[in-house]
Design a protein around this ligand. Structure first.
Ligand code: 5RP
Length: 229
């Protein structure tokens, strides 16, 4: 059964199509909302309603879905400045003008893509507004304990991400570990992104700060548009 939240995800995924034009190089994020976007984009492409697009994936899952939909693939090597990136998010912090991503574990490639693109469109359902989530951090495996120590000294509560179907830690698409940093939302700001990335052994963290358009799914038809600068 399709739930209310799935309809809201579909609404924003559909709305995101209005930003896509013929010939565009499109960075494609990861997650369940982006999955709808890829399906809708693939359908438009097969029907000839959009032409000559190239998709730059941010995870193995997205790569597979783009391929399945017949969309031509490339990477940031060929196109270091994509025309647009479409991505999901885990929390939209309205008063801080930032978003948190990476609960799906794809934050490193997503951050690269989302910062490289000329324009960034974030698609979320309304449950993501000001949602309490940890900050995901992708870490070089041998640096794990050192990074944990540094994060504790900063006053945070780091937890190594574990999954199912494999013993102990989740391994990212890039072969790294992921730490989820629990900290008080009110202590988090734009500087936190830089502070976390300055710890040796940290590849990236899930705090995204840049100019972006956020489409928020309110119901199955309506999407509210927010601008972050
Ligand atoms: C993955 C992400 C996703 O964009 C984020 O988790 C949103 O996913 P969903 O659309 O399934 O809620 O950052 O690393």
């Amino acid at each position: 059964m399709t739930t209310d939240i799935e309809y809201k995800k579909m609404a924003v995924a559909r709305e995101a199509l209005s930003f896509i034009e013929d010939g565009m190089i499109i960075g494609v994020g990861s997650g369940s909302t982006v999955r709808y976007f890829i399906d809708f984009l693939g359908k438009m492409y097969r029907e000839g309603k959009i032409r000559d697009i190239v998709g730059l994936p941010t995870s193995f899952e997205t790569r597979r879905l783009l391929l399945k939909n017949g969309i031509k693939l490339a990477s940031l090597w060929e196109y270091p400045e994509p025309d647009i990136a479409i991505d999901g998010a885990d929390s939209i912090l309205m008063d801080k003008n930032l978003i948190i991503k990476g609960l799906g574990g794809a934050l490193l490639q997503e951050k690269l893509m989302d910062y490289a693109a000329k324009k960034l469109i974030i698609i979320v359902d309304e449950s993501k507004m000001n949602k309490e989530v940890p900050v995901p951090i992708e870490v070089f495996p041998i640096a794990l304990e050192y990074v944990i120590l540094r994060l504790k000294k900063l006053g945070g509560n780091p937890k190594i991400r574990e999954g199912t179907g494999k013993l102990w830690p989740v391994i990212s698409d890039n072969g790294n570990f992921i730490i989820d940093l629990y900290m008080r939302m009110k202590e988090l700001d734009k500087n936190t992104e830089v502070i976390l990335n300055s710890i040796p052994g940290v590849f990236e963290n899930g705090i995204f700060v840049r100019k972006m358009t956020i489409l928020v799914g309110i119901d199955s038809k309506k999407a509210e548009k927010l601008e972050f600068n």
